[in-house]
Write a protein that binds this ligand. Sequence first.
Ligand code: C5P
Length: 224
Amino acid sequence: MAELVVAFDVPSGREALALAKRLPGLRWAKLGPGLHVREGPALAREFLARGLRVFLDLKWHDIPSTVAGAVAAARELGVAMASVHCLGGAHMLAAAAQAAGEVALVGVTVLTSHDGAGLGQVLGRGVPDVSCEAERLARLAVRAGLRGVVASGAELALLRNALGPAPWIVVPGIRSAADPADDQARTIAPQDAVRGGATHLVVGRPITRAADPGGVYQRLVECL
Ligand code: C5P
């Protein structure tokens, strides 16, 4: 069964904890750079103390020893999942995987904000098909020992087919038919993400901006 991960993209730790209280049955909380820089590891500790699993989504991309150090710190903190950029390369991914221990490390393949032209500019060559790049990077991540990857719904089927059944595929950009897409270019309905082989569905604004976040959370859980 897939897991529902709530992206706590709210302005303060106080608001994050207040929101968590309104989500009965909450299991996973994703903390991103904004809240982490503002609140530090204390907020992750608050979530952990409430028995939640924390996904520290800081998308590290640096030299291997630096990233391994960050992963080791995440492990000491006690988070359940953390993210790195696959573009950091095989050595960085392997060093990160070695430091991860029980932390499930997932690799971001191609940022959903990149199109073929943008990625081509970064790589210095033409990129006719962004999905091929995502598949290539996903294979690199799994070979290096990562637990899985982060992917958009657009690449989900391709990656599940390429990686086989075991690796985690964490999918953001989840939107039901009635939800606004916001700034997500490639969205997928929760039922389709589950059918396509996602292991974790990441949902932010459809929950954080809802008048009744607990009700939306509950309806999403029923899709899993
Ligand atoms: O509000 P929304 O449901 O669009 O939030 C999606 C979350 O997933 C955000 O926290 C965003 O940072 C994260 N994410 C994403 N696309 C990626 C990786 C992470 O939207 N490729």
